[in-house]
Design a protein around this ligand. Structure first.
Ligand SMILES: C[S@@+](CC[C@H](N)C(=O)[O-])C[C@H]1O[C@@H](n2cnc3c(N)ncnc32)[C@H](O)[C@@H]1O
Length: 278
């Protein structure tokens, strides 16, 4: 997977705007396919409504946006955090009002999309952000919206990219999404052959998906106990706590009062659950 090695600086550094911008400045973009990814091209070819609102988060050089444009799509948005890249994209799409280029953090973005296209954005984020990614995707999708694209079905020695597998994705996305498809792709580019899962996750518009900050947990055993207790509450469909125990996403059929959540975890006085400030 040489094509995916992207670090020009130490991977211990935070994966923030400065990090990503440095990759573009150094042209250290090993993930860049130079063309639309074949499984995503095939997926785009199935979208009938050319006026669908489509978001490409962490879009990089955005060959997918180019392809959408060529196919006559009229409402394409790309958001990426790297200013150096965004300058290039603004030039590339300068005469194309159907493509909106946004410099910004996906997690602060507001909007409503029918389709969100995932390609090497999820795997570029620190794994601690995975529950928050699910929460944000749910928020940004229209009631019948879908998250589609590719997720890795393998691990990497050092990230980014950070790997994953089907079981992890089912545990993360269930409740907030209906997993309509998650299969190993047969048309990946050669260096990624048999390592990509083609996904189609439909938003569960009935689900309430809320992000909370959590304090007080210091080990995986306690995380499991707390998660089980929260998951056992009436109406709760899924509970996903991140790997450093600082955030938890609770998906339920009805919003659960914060007081009830706090009472549920109050068996240990160190535990605090706080509504995230978004
Ligand atoms: C591995 S690259 C993938 C780029 C593109 N999707 C591709 O496949 O060629 C990850 C991209 O996500 C962007 N990114 C990372 N964190 C982001 C965030 N919080 N909000 C928006 N973009 C982000 C980076 O700048 C980078 O362009």
């Amino acid at each position: 997977m040489e094509d995916l090695q992207c670090c020009v600086t130490s991977c211990e550094k935070p994966l923030d705007q400065a990090y990503w911008d440095a990759q573009y400045k150094a042209k250290a973009t090993g993930w860049d396919l130079g063309t639309v990814s074949p499984p995503i091209q095939a997926l785009i070819d199935t979208i009938e409504d050319k006026n669908s609102a489509i978001l490409i988060p962490g879009g990089g050089n955005s060959y997918e946006a180019e392809y959408l444009l060529q196919q006559g799509f009229t409402n394409i948005t790309v958001i990426d955090i790297a200013p150096t890249l965004i300058e290039v994209l603004q030039q590339k799409f300068v005469n194309h009002p159907n493509v909106k280029i946004i410099l910004g953090d996906f997690f602060e973005h507001q909007g409503q999309y029918d389709w969100i296209i995932e390609q090497t954005f999820f795997c570029a984020l620190p794994p601690t952000m995975r529950p928050k990614y699910v929460w944000k995707m749910h928020q940004l999708l229209a009631p019948k919206g879908k998250l589609v694209g590719l997720l890795f079905n393998r691990e990497f020695e050092q990230g980014p990219p950070f790997g994953g597998n089907k079981v992890e994705y089912i545990n993360l996305f269930s409740g907030a999404f209906t997993i309509e498809k998650m299969e190993v792709c047969t048309n990946s580019v050669a260096p990624r052959a048999n390592t990509e899962l083609g996904i189609e996750f439909k938003k569960n518009a009935e689900a309430k998906v809320h992000l909370y900050e959590f304090e007080g947990i210091t080990c995986s055993g306690c995380k499991a106990t707390v998660s089980e207790k929260l998951a056992s509450l009436d109406t709760v469909l899924n509970v996903t706590m991140n790997s450093n125990f600082s955030e938890v996403v609770i998906t339920s059929t009805e919003k659960v009062a914060l007081k009830k959540l706090q009472d549920t975890v109050s068996f240990d006085e160190k535990y605090k659950i706080i509504k995230a400030n978004y």
